[in-house]
Design a protein around this ligand. Structure first.
Ligand SMILES: [Zn+2]
Ligand SMILES: [Zn+2]
Length: 122
């Protein structure tokens, strides 16, 4: 299996270069994906030194690909929620059909997040 899409059980988020996202810096809205190029620590879950959050190039410019919190030895930023485009993809794409069947509660929460009423089928 490639690493286009995976699951980060630490932050409870989908990760991989196939997942569109926002930079996790609280003051930044830069559009990135959750691939290896953007992860704090340089590997999924952040490796030994990183927090495993995802940052744009300007917030991951420090040595060893760490965010400013990890460079300073501070607690990680709060993880940002998934972008609407990704929720929409998971709710409608055929490749996620099995997942939707097995995760009814998450599907419900995602629909609430997107403002789609429960009765509407994608
Ligand atoms: Zn970090
Ligand atoms: Zn950023």
């Amino acid at each position: 299996m490639g690493w286009s899409i995976g699951f980060d059980s630490n932050w409870q988020r989908d990760i991989g270069y196939g997942v569109p996202a926002q930079c996790d810096h609280p003051e930044c809205n830069e559009r990135i994906d959750r691939g290896l190029a953007y992860v704090c620590g340089g590997e999924p879950y952040g490796g030994d030194d990183g927090c495993g959050l995802y940052f744009c190039a300007s917030h991951l410019r420090w040595r060893r690909n760490l965010c400013e919190q990890c460079v300073a030895g501070k607690a990680a930023f709060a993880a940002k929620p998934d972008v609407a485009e990704w929720l929409q993809h998971k709710l409608t794409d055929p490749s996620w059909a099995d997942w939707r069947t097995e995760h009814a509660r998450e599907v419900h929460e995602m629909r609430m997040t997107l403002g789609i009423s429960q009765g509407v089928k994608p």
